[in-house]
Design a protein around this ligand. Structure first.
Ligand code: FAD
Ligand code: NAP
Ligand code: MG
Length: 461
């Protein structure tokens, strides 16, 4: 067993879940393969590792991060909680249900810091190319150590791709946008609402990025926000100053024209048009080719590649569930690699995939999508010893979250939920979300808990 080598690409929540899964096995005294993880950024956390940079990173690689200042969880933390490491265990106190980015980063890091996982990760190292060698049944992976500017290669029996899929923008063209005089950017490059204060904004796209960047900019003082949809409007009760319009047909100067015949001028355009699954390091025959959906084609149980049984993908689904879904996937992959889970043959796997895909195709409402992903996770959990938790209750919280947003898109983050992992009821944040302009960890944990933080926060002084 110890002769087996497993390579993990990416140390975001998915890659870290893989490391945690093997660690939990090691703790039981069981043998685990040799594991190496490679991360192109200089730290772990993936998306949650905020960077001010845009475009390229320190060493000229396409920049991974799409997160921005003032980003708060857009779903209840009780829905993403690790089953083996609760928020209460980490923070030692109840916190609100929608923490800001830095707080979630701290939580992710808290779990992985309990182990020596960092020793297994090589940072500032990018996977460049993968070949499968049929004679030895191994992958040869070419890496660049960005810091040293050195190329090297490694051989692996199993390769786990955990590189995320919300990083490479989908950039559609709209006639005339090339001569729009103001800022034009994709949500991937949006780093905070500050620069759009007093500006009239046009956001194109009608999913989470449009919804949240729109609300953020409204909160931080933009002069107006229009969200332009292709298929369906988001359909919230928008406050005065926010509105939805059908798709842009073209631009003339700073004026946008819409399908309903109306037009309006704007100061800036943000394309919230989603992301591409992009694997520039994989040859065409090993690449996962999919749009953003709940059950990508070609992945048995959502993780094992049909193109090559030794190639695994984590976190490639569209995500209601996040951290605990990546965990259940990682536990499955671990037990598969440890030979505890036997795969049915290729045709049977194809049938299983087709069944899940057909079921997804028959879903339309948010509630149905939630039920679908809940069933997927329930199915995965049958195979492993990932600590069982009340999935039905999590699904109920997700549905209630959808309703909270419909009731009030500006205050849904003030709601509190109860953990299914340890029954901790969340505490309301000391300040309502709309009034809270400081998203730092100190401010978040401060006032209510630290004895030395009794003085009023500078923002309120
Ligand atoms: P990522 O977090 O994207 O991590 C992938 C890692 O792989 C990165 O560290 C990257 O540097 C590395 N990598 C990529 N390519 C290579 C390579 N070739 N070589 C080496 N390393 C590589 N989820 C929530 O639960 N709540 C939220 O509020 C929330 N907000 C979000 C906001 C935004 C703007 C975005 C884009 C996503 C948000 N998400 C949220 C979803 C997010 O995708 C998940 O929470 C989670 O980060 C996914 O983990 P991952 O490890 O699969 O991917
Ligand atoms: P997404 O959910 O994949 O949505 C992409 C959107 O782009 C869809 O509305 C799609 O419209 C639209 N689109 C695609 N091509 C288009 C075109 N040619 N013209 C017009 N519209 C087009 O991507 P996302 O909204 O960027 O969300 C990505 C992830 O980031 C999610 O997991 C989300 O939870 C996360 N996120 C979280 C926060 C937070 O507050 N914590 C904030 C932002 C993002 P159709 O419906 O017509 O296909
Ligand atoms: Mg089980």
């Amino acid at each position: 067993m110890s002769a087996l080598k497993v390579g993990i690409i990416g140390a975001g929540p998915s890659g870290l879940a893989m490391l945690r899964a093997f660690e939990s096995e090691q703790k039981k005294g069981n043998p685990v393969p040799e594991i190496k993880c490679y991360e192109k950024q200089d730290n772990w956390g993936g998306m949650w590792n905020y960077t001010w940079r845009t475009g390229v990173g320190q060493y000229g690689e396409p920049l991974h991060g799409s997160m921005y200042k003032y980003l708060w969880s857009n779903g209840p933390k009780e829905c993403l909680e690790f089953a083996d490491y609760t928020f209460s265990e980490h923070f030692d106190q109840a916190i609100s249900s929608y923490p800001p980015r830095e707080v979630l980063f701290d939580y992710i890091e808290g779990r992985i810091k309990q182990s020596n996982a960092r020793e297994y990760i090589q940072f500032n190292t990018v996977a460049r190319w993968v070949d499968y060698l049929p004679e030895s049944k191994q992958f040869r992976v070419v890496f660049d150590n960005l810091k040293k500017n050195e190329t090297f290669e490694e051989l692996f029996d199993y390769l786990v791709v955990a590189t995320g899929h919300f990083s490479t923008p989908n950039m559609p063209y709209f006639e005339g946008i090339d001569s729009f005089p103001g800022a034009v950017m994709h949500a991937h490059d949006f780093r905070g609402a500050d620069q759009f204060k007093d500006q009239k904004l046009l956001l194109i796209g009608s999913s989470y990025s449009a919804e949240d960047i729109g609300v953020q900019c409204y909160k931080h003082g933009s002069a107006g926000v229009t969200i332009s949809y292709r298929s369906n409007p988001i359909g919230m009760k928008w406050p005065e100053g926010m509105e939805e319009k059908p798709l842009v047909t073209h631009f003339e100067g700073n004026e946008a024209f819409f399908k309903d015949g109306t037009s309006e001028s704007y100061d800036a355009v943000i394309l919230c048009t989603g992301y591409q699954h992009k694997f520039p390091f994989l040859p065409d025959n090993l690449r996962l080719k999919t749009k953003n959906c709940l059950y990508p084609d070609g992945l048995y149980k959502g993780v094992v590649s049909q193109a090559n049984e030794q190639l695994l993908f984590l976190g490639m689904q569209d995500q209601y569930y996040t951290f605990n879904m990546f965990d259940t996937q990682a536990w499955f992959v671990r037990d598969y690699i440890l030979d505890r889970i036997q795969l049915p043959d290729h045709a049977e796997r194809a049938q299983d995939i087709a069944h899940w895909m057909a079921t997804e195709a028959a879903t339309t409402t948010g509630d149905e999508h939630i039920d679908f992903q809940t069933s997927y996770i329930r199915d995965l959990m049958r195979y492993t010893d990932y600590p069982p938790f009340n999935l039905d209750q999590v699904a109920t919280m997700f549905k209630s979250w959808l309703k909270d947003k419909e009731d009030n898109i500006l205050s849904y983050r003030d709601k509190v939920y109860t953990s299914v992992m340890d029954n901790t009821k969340a505490e309301k944040h000391h300040t309502s979300w709309m009034k809270e302009l400081d998203d730092s960890l100190e401010r978040y944990l401060g006032e209510e808990t630290l004895a030395d933080a009794q003085a009023p926060h500078p923002a309120n002084a």
